[in-house]
Design a binder for this molecule. Sequence first.
Ligand code: F6R
Length: 240
Amino acid sequence: MNVIVTKDYQEMSMKAFELVKKVVTENPSAVLGLATGSTPLGLYGEMARDHRENGTSYRDVKTVNLDEYEGLDVTSDQSYVYFMRENLFRHLDIDLKNTNIENGRAQDPEKECARYNALLEVMRQDLQVLGIGSNGHIAFNEPGTPFDAQTHVVELTESTIKDNSRLFARIEDVPRRAFTMGPKNIMNAKKILILANGANKAKAVYGLVKGEVTEQLPASVLQRHPDCTLVCDEAAASLL
Ligand code: F6R
């Protein structure tokens, strides 16, 4: 794993942006795997700024997002599809038809997982952007998820519900279940870029880079990926 430690969040975001821009410049119809959450917001801000100032085009770029809450869709401002449109897509010239995410309101969740897996087969990520949970989760793959799992519906752990509750009015409003790509779909990406900032991620980052590869710390599977880069700030790197 390549590890890049930056002095702060701003520099982490800029470094991540440089890596994303390289992929899109080299291949204007690249497939980008994207994440939600606080971590990639700075990266998305840089992508928007660069598009505005330098005209970098995303017209032919395709995206696949990691996960979505069950029961939510774009009409809810807590949904991940809403988050992506608001924080990234509306600032780029991307065609919304080229953006993909699980349908949180699918009638038949099993069928929705199968649809998403089939899509990921034909839309292999040129670059997958990831954040990391304080318990070492990637996407919504909580500790104990088999490394060979594909897109599935998960029961969120109390720790993830608590972490994510800051974005909801009340903790009771956080959905208990979500759709998520599995570790296998993530590992299938050609390149992986995982971002982490803040002292609350330091333990998970240690497990990601130096810990045992174990399903108890889902991010540790990335040690087996041939082209994975971690960009993290000094606080997140403090235990390395
Ligand atoms: C988001 C996702 C999650 C987050 C993780 C970190 O699509 O899949 O795994 O990356 O929970 O969240 P933040 O960035 O909010 O600390």
